[in-house]
Design a protein around this ligand. Structure first.
Ligand SMILES: [Zn+2]
Length: 464
C-alpha cells in the first residue's frame, strides 16, 4: 500500500488497435478497455499472447465502447479466468451481444475454412476464441448511466461521459482515492462535431492525467460529405455496378444509410436496393430505438416504419449465409454493406472476391483503415490483392469518403481537451499511428502549453 498509482499502456500505443490500459493503485488493478489487435500479422499475433497480468487478479474492467479494438479481447479475458465486473453504458452492452457473438462466429468459421482449404500454417487452425468464450462475457456486464458516478473497485470510482463516436460510446473519468486523490480521464474514441445522428461528446470537467486518442491527430475532415456520396452513388448507378461498403452493421453504417435516405428523398440519387449483409440478425433500428439517450433522431419518426430515417426505400437485411451468397448473383446497381470495417474478415471478403475484378464495382471506404489491413491496401491503390486465398485483380473503383468517419479530427480533439476547467498535469496521446499521434502531442504542447507525449508500447508511468 501507499505505492504510487500507475498506468501501463498495453496496446493502442503507437497503433490504433488493441486498446488496453492497466491502472494500478492501492494493490488494485483496473483495466480500461480490452481490445483486439487488428491489422498486420505481427500485431494480430499479439492476440494469442497471454495477458501480461494475471486476469484473475484484475478487479474490474471499464469499457469506452463496443468496437472490437476496444472490447474484442473480453472473451479472451473470460477464457483466462476473469470473472469480475465489466462496466459500460447500456448502449455498449446491447451492441456487445451481437458484436462478440459475431466475432466468435467469424473466428470459428475462418478456422474451419482454413482447415478445409489447408492455407493455415497451423494444423489444425484454431479460433482465437469460441462462441462459448463470448457467452462467458455477458453475465459480467454492468450497465451504467452517462454522467452518474459509480464504484469500480475499492479506492476507484468512475463516471462515463458521452463521446459521440458510436452508439453507447463513452469517455471514462476514473478517480483514484489513495494515496493522494488523482483523476484520470480516458477519451475513448471521440466523435466528430456536427454528427447528424449521435449526440455530441460531453466534456470531462477536470483531470490530472489525460489519455487521448489520436486516430486523426494530423487531419481535418471536410465539412459535408453528402455531395461526394451522391456523386459516387450516381456514377456507380450509371455504370450499373455494385457499391461495396466495408462497415460493421451497427457502427458507421447508420450515418451512411441515413444520408442515402436523405439523398433519395431529395431526389439527389435514384432509389437503389441497399443490403445490410450481417449474420447478426439485428435490425439496427431496434437498437437505436432503445437508446434515445445516444441520438438526436425524432423517436416518433424512428418508430414509424414507413418513415424510418435509418432505412432506405429499398432496404434489406440478409442474415443467413445462403442469403449472403445469393447476393453474388444479383446484378447492379445495388449497395452492399458488410463487415468488417477494415476488411480484416467477415462477409465483405466474399463480396470483394466476387466483384473486385469488375470495373463497374465501387468500393466505398467510409471508416478509418489501419496500416496493414486489406482496407488500407485497397485505399493505397493496390492493383491486385489476395482475398480468402485467391489472387484478385482490382478493376473496381476504390473511393474514400473521409467526412463519414466516426472519429474526431485534429480540431475536435483539441476542442475536447479545451473542455477541462484546469490544465491536466500530463497528457498521453494513444490510439494513433506514430505520425498522427506525434502531431497531436506537438499541437497540445504548442497550442495549449501542456505536457504531452506519446507513450511507448508496454510503458508504465506514475499517476500523476
Ligand atoms: Zn471506435
Amino acid at each position: 500500500m501507499g505505492e504510487t498509482p500507475t498506468v501501463q499502456f498495453l496496446g493502442a500505443a503507437g497503433t490504433v488497435t488493441g486498446s488496453r490500459h492497466l491502472v494500478r493503485a492501492g494493490g488494485r488493478a483496473v483495466l480500461l478497455d480490452c481490445g483486439l489487435f487488428q491489422g498486420p500479422k505481427p500485431l494480430r499475433r499479439r492476440n494469442w499472447d497471454p495477458f501480461p497480468f494475471d486476469p484473475r487478479s484484475l478487479d474490474a474492467v471499464v469499457l469506452s465502447h463496443a468496437h472490437l479494438d476496444h472490447s474484442g479481447a473480453l472473451p479472451l479475458l473470460a477464457k483466462a479466468g476473469y470473472r469480475g465486473p465489466v462496466f459500460c453504458t447500456s448502449g455498449t452492452a446491447d451492441l456487445l451481444g451481437p458484436l462478440l457473438r459475431d466475432a466468435a462466429h467469424l473466428q470459428e468459421e475462418e478456422a474451419a475454412h482454413a482447415n478445409r482449404h489447408g492455407y493455415s500454417k497451423h494444423r489444425p487452425a484454431l479460433p482465437l476464441f469460441t462462441a462459448a468464450d463470448a457467452e462467458a462475457v455477458f453475465p459480467l456486464l454492468r450497465r451504467q448511466h452517462y454522467g452518474e458516478p459509480f464504484p469500480v473497485a475499492p479506492g476507484f470510482a468512475a463516471t462515463l461521459r458521452r463521446a459521440g463516436h458510436i452508439l453507447g460510446s463513452a469517455s471514462v473519468e476514473l478517480r483514484i482515492a489513495a494515496p493522494d486523490p488523482v483523476t484520470l480521464a480516458f477519451s475513448g474514441d471521440l466523435g466528430r462535431r456536427g454528427h447528424p445522428i449521435l449526440r455530441a461528446a460531453d466534456p470531462v470537467p477536470e483531470a490530472d492525467v489525460v489519455l487521448i486518442e489520436s486516430t486523426y491527430g494530423d487531419r481535418t475532415h471536410p465539412p459535408d460529405p453528402a455531395g461526394e456520396v451522391a456523386r459516387l452513388v450516381r456514377e456507380a448507378v450509371a455504370r450499373g455496378g455494385a457499391v461495396l461498403v466495408p462497415a460493421f452493421a451497427v457502427g458507421r453504417t447508420q450515418e451512411l444509410i441515413w444520408m442515402l435516405r436523405k439523398l433519395e428523398d431529395a431526389g439527389a440519387i435514384p432509389s437503389v436496393p441497399v443490403y445490410i449483409d450481417s449474420p447478426m440478425g439485428i435490425d439496427v433500428t431496434d437498437i437505436f430505438c432503445r437508446h434515445p439517450e445516444d441520438h438526436t433522431l425524432d423517436m416518433a419518426e424512428l418508430m414509424d416504419a414507413g418513415r424510418c430515417p435509418l432505412c432506405c426505400r429499398q432496404y434489406h437485411l440478409t442474415r443467413t449465409p445462403a442469403e449472403s451468397k445469393a447476393l453474388n448473383d444479383r446484378t447492379g446497381p445495388l449497395v452492399i454493406v458488410a463487415g468488417s470495417g477494415m476488411v480484416t474478415g467477415g462477409r465483405i471478403l466474399h463480396h470483394l472476391r466476387r466483384r473486385l475484378s469488375d470495373p463497374r464495382t465501387t468500393v466505398l471506404l467510409v471508416g478509418y483503415q489501419a496500416a496493414g489491413t486489406l482496407g488500407r491496401t485497397l485505399q493505397d491503390g493496390a492493383e491486385a490483392v489476395t482475398v480468402l486465398g485467391d489472387w484478385v485483380p482490382v478493376w473496381a473503383k476504390v473511393e474514400t469518403v473521409h467526412g463519414l468517419s466516426g472519429h474526431a479530427d485534429r480540431y475536435d480533439l483539441l476542442g475536447w481537451l479545451g473542455g477541462f476547467s484546469r490544465p491536466p498535469r500530463q497528457v498521453y496521446v494513444v490510439h494513433g499511428e506514430p505520425g498522427p499521434a506525434a502531431r497531436l502531442a506537438e499541437a497540445v504542447r504548442d497550442r495549449l502549453g501542456w505536457d504531452a507525449r506519446v507513450p511507448a508500447d508496454g510503458e508504465t508511468v506514475p499517476l500523476p
